[in-house]
Ligand binder design. Sequence first.
Ligand code: GLY
Length: 341
Amino acid sequence: MKLSLSLPGGSYDILIERGALSRAGAVFSLCRRVMIVTDNGVPPQYAQTLAAQCKAPYIVTVPQGEKSKNLATLETVLHRLLDAGFDRGDCVAAVGGGMVGDLAGLAASLYMRGIDFYNVPTTVLAQVDSSVGGKTAVDLGGMKNVVGSFYQPRGVLIDPDVLTSLPPRQVSAGLAEAVKIALTCDPGLFALLESQAPEAHWEEILSGALRCKAAVVEQDEKEQGLRRILNFGHTIGHAIESCEGLQGLLHGECVALGMLPMCSEPVRRRLQAVLTKLSLPVRCRIRPDDLLRAVLHDKKMRGGIVTVTTVREIGRWEMQEIAPQELLPLLGVIAEGGEQL
Ligand code: GLY
């Protein structure tokens, strides 16, 4: 299955196919220097499989986790490019999850004012969402993604077979992003997630979610308006994340929780059922007023107003600008002991 994303700056293909990693050389231009960026949580054979198809491969392996998403690691990657003599005709390829893709994409966008970038996502979260659309970034000063660029890849290769090596909790967390896009844009995909085991339907889930995402990005590449729907669940999700190195919830788990208050009651009931089916949380132990404080601390909030997306009907969304205090009564639905659904 091949999708393509067309933008004024050019278009690129997204190949979704089991076993595609071992055929990357037929899809990407690898007869040049290729800096493969991966992390030490990704099985090394994935980067090696790609390297075996490159004329002049280099592999840089950074430590796993958000802690690597910083300027120091970015500098390490840029130095490796310089030391290996990369020029403007060479390229960078990410093999890993969202952190690796964001970091490698940013390095590619900066080195010599931009060299080609390929993305080979190996987590559900990256395959279903972050590898497509050209967002690159590192964190700074405790703020996620605050230094970055919009820099589209030359191609994205998605091999669902690599998902078999992921821990089940990571799979569930990534699926929260598929639920997000289904809720806002695709009732058919939502019904599939409600009724089927994801492991038996990877290609449908990934292609359904990415088809929606590509359509959104084609209309609003730089997130001036419509693309904000892809942040559905993230305002509260990020607040939960920041309350909480504590309970150690994963990003996708926080997004799952963050979507619940933003839905009408009938949608929330279906969402709660599908999240439970996917082993995602529907309650957390954070008090609503602590969550509100975290929303208020979000430096992205402009002039005391927050833009939120709400879903009253599956596949239909509304965007509203509200004062964060208006979120407080809604937050009870995810607080332990809060309003029952
Ligand atoms: N993951 C949200 C976006 O790409 O806009």
